[in-house]
Design a protein around this ligand. Structure first.
Ligand code: ZN
Length: 421
């Protein structure tokens, strides 16, 4: 995952353009995702697919021919979606088109101007302070805004059921690692892992530009939405902070409860936040016309770490161990949802005799007491109405243990499965 991030880091991405295609083609080396193109001008609910933006080069040059700013050194130097420009400007005119972070003077900010035509440069405040008021500068941005398309990646993995779990991650940021190459890398390898498993549910992975990408997908796939039984937007998942789960608008869906259950028993630092209509693409999935059970899993939330949307969000901010941990948490969430079944106790009149069936031997080991208690919970609560997740929540036992003892009881014909509808 970290190597994938290293490979994708130099590419200049945006909400449209060649950089996104290049990114998705690299992902195709790992998973067979489909690259979808939606033409400029396509109406998607209240929005329109914008013109495609591409950039080849950009710089600011002083009168001696020194490049003060060079796009080739960092793609963050250009205001993302900048119009093309080539002219000589005074310091005062240039100043109006420069973005810096005076409070973080070493870092280049990341700025965009998607829906308002503008040109501009981003630089560290230290670099800005070196510009001279009596100097004339040449500004050059070799970009184009023209009819083309919006590009996104989609990978659908067929399971036993039509019901599907959605994973959505944004691909529109240029050289920034945590936001969101981390999400792209974790989702790519999660998809590959799932494609090698036999699953009860189907899985859909979307690699889309933020906001306009999810709006476009929803507008073009309204017929598929009914199958989405849960989902997660995955973003900012590679930093060293604890986990943050932002609930779906519904708040108590199976996905919401599954994530909270896994985090609670993970032994990791975590926090759970209620839905707010601000953030990533969960805003669109949770708009009232869809109201899908889609939450958002992050580590440190957007805007709450100092490197956020600056050149400080680089390869050092993200660590392979953190990516692995995030991957494992997501896999546990999937495991829970895959195994969250309902059972009926086939011997409901008084407790069955566990010893006679050799069950005490099967649940041996160091925490025998805990396993025995989990078994009693599963036997008592399995009335065909309660799911294993209900039992885990009620008993306080972790889901894995509840699932394990349920499987043992099923083997001994003390439980009969009921398919969850
Ligand atoms: Zn961002």
């Amino acid at each position: 995952m970290y190597q994938l991030i290293e490979k994708l880091y130099p590419i200049c991405r945006s909400i449209t353009g060649e950089g996104n295609r290049k990114t998705l083609r690299i992902l195709q080396e790992i998973i067979p995702l489909k690259i979808q193109e939606v033409p400029t001008g396509t109406k998607v609910f209240d929005w329109t697919v914008p013109k495609e933006w591409n950039i080849r080069d950009a710089y600011i040059m002083d009168s001696k021919g020194n490049k003060i700013i060079d796009f080739k050194k960092s793609n963050l130097h250009v205001l993302n979606y900048s119009m093309p420009v080539q002219k000589k400007v005074s310091y005062n005119e240039l100043k109006e088109h420069i973005f810096t972070l005076p409070e973080k003077p070493d870092w280049i900010p990341y700025r965009t101007s998607y829906y308002k035509e503008n040109w501009g440069f981003c630089m560290s405040h230290n670099q800005f302070m070196e510009l001279r008021e009596d100097e004339e500068y040449e500004v050059f941005i070799d970009s184009s805004l023209s009819d083309g398309s919006l590009t996104y990646g989609e990978y659908y993995i067929r399971g036993d059921k039509d019901d599907e779990i959605l994973f959505s991650t944004h691909i529109c940021h240029p050289s920034l690692c945590n936001d969101n190459l981390s999400g792209i890398a974790v989702c790519t390898y999660l998809a590959r892992h799932l494609s090698e498993m036999k699953t009860r549910y189907s899985y859909r992975f979307l690699f889309i530009p933020g906001t306009i990408g999810s709006i476009t997908w929803l507008a073009k796939n309204e017929d598929k939405v009914k199958n989405i039984k849960g989902g997660l937007v995955v973003a900012c998942i590679g930093d060293g902070g604890g986990f943050t789960y932002k609930r779906s608008r519904r708040g108590i869906s199976e996905m919401d409860r599954a994530v909270e259950n896994v985090l609670k028993h993970s032994g990791r630092n975590y926090q759970v936040r209620d839905f707010i209509p601000y953030g990533y693409d969960e805003r669109q999935y949770c708009s009232p016309g869809f109201n899908l059970p889609v939450g958002c899993l992050m580590r440190t939330p957007h805007g709450e770490y100092p490197e956020y949307h600056t050149s400080g969000d680089n390869l050092e901010l993200v660590h392979p161990d953190n990516l692995k941990e995030s991957f494992d948490i997501l896999l546990s969430i999937i495991d829970l949802i895959e195994n969250n079944r309902k059972y009926i106790n086939t011997n409901p009149k008084c407790e069955p005799q566990l010893g006679r069936r050799g069950l005490y031997d099967m649940i041996g080991g160091t925490n025998r007491k805990e396993k025995e208690l989990a078994m009693l919970w599963v036997l008592n609560m399995s009335d065909g109405e309660r799911s294993l997740l209900d039992i885990s929540e009620r008993s306080g036992c972790n889901f894995d243990l509840i699932n394990k003892v349920a499987n043992i009881l099923k083997e001994k014909d003390l439980l009969r499965g009921v398919e969850v509808v």
